[in-house]
Design a protein around this ligand. Structure first.
Ligand SMILES: Cc1cc2nc3c(=O)[nH]c(=O)nc-3n(C[C@H](O)[C@H](O)[C@H](O)COP(=O)(O)OP(=O)(O)OC[C@H]3O[C@@H](n4cnc5c(N)ncnc54)[C@H](O)[C@@H]3O)c2cc1C
Length: 191
């Protein structure tokens, strides 16, 4: 069975940053990701929501323009273009993470990993092939979860069905963005 030095499962902000740090400290690192580099934050969470919300903010500003004595006619939402802009931003950032993996000499394996024992990992890759190897050290970054507690009582934490909350949520609702972002297939999973 092949042996790896440091294996990190999950390439979200937790996993890919750990991978870079471990590589910079001299480790030989393998990063396993079942989906996209960058995890929830880059692909489905922080970045997409902020790109979409920026569009909604702009819409609100334009709608309020007449208060400033400006006449703006025909403002409407082109959801397809809004989503295309979001997709471009995500793609650019994911490519950036991919570049960082290469420049730090990190091996990236695309596939779903599972632990067979504290040191043995099995990966089902995208071609449905199973590979197993041993690792001297394993770091798990399978996913962060929204916290519940003080923040939620104050309306600050990510809502489980959308990741949007408070003022952001109201703005996204108004423009129809949230329905698109959090359609039934995404509810509770964000992807
Ligand atoms: C809508 C939304 C908006 C958000 N906005 C913000 C924000 O503005 N600011 C902020 O700080 N945070 C925000 N977050 C939270 C942020 O996305 C998470 O805190 C962050 O992504 C957690 O990083 P992580 O590396 O722990 O997990 P993740 O980013 O979830 O990464 C885990 C990775 O592990 C992979 N994985 C899981 N199991 C396996 C397996 N068996 N084999 C291989 N790979 C596996 C997953 O595919 C995923 O890529 C938001 C979240 C959501 C949902």
């Amino acid at each position: 069975m092949a042996e790896k030095e440091i294996v990190i499962i999950g390439a979200g902000p937790g996993g890919y940053v750990a991978a870079i740090k471990a590589a910079q400290l001299g480790g030989k690192v393998t990063l396993i990701e079942k989906d996209e580099l960058g995890g929830t934050c880059l692909n489905w969470g922080c970045i997409p929501t902020k790109v979409l919300l920026r569009g909604v903010e702009l819409l609100e500003t334009l709608e309020g323009a007449k208060e400033f004595g400006l006449q703006v006619n025909g403002v409407s939402v082109d959801l397809a273009k809004l989503m295309a802009r979001k997709d471009r931003a995500v793609k650019t950032l994911v490519a950036g993470v991919s570049g960082l993996m290469k420049s730090n000499g990190i091996e990236v394996i695309k596939g779903k990993a599972g632990l067979l024992s504290p040191r043995k990992i099995q990966v089902l890759d995208q071609q449905n092939q199973t590979v197993a190897f041993e690792a001297r050290r394993i770091i798990l970054d399978p996913r962060g979860r929204p916290s519940r507690g003080h923040g939620q009582q104050r309306g600050f934490t990510a809502h489980p069905d959308s990741g949007l909350h408070g003022d952001h949520r109201r703005r996204a609702d108004r423009s129809g963005v949230r329905n698109h972002l959090c359609g039934p297939e995404n509810q509770g999973d964000h992807r």
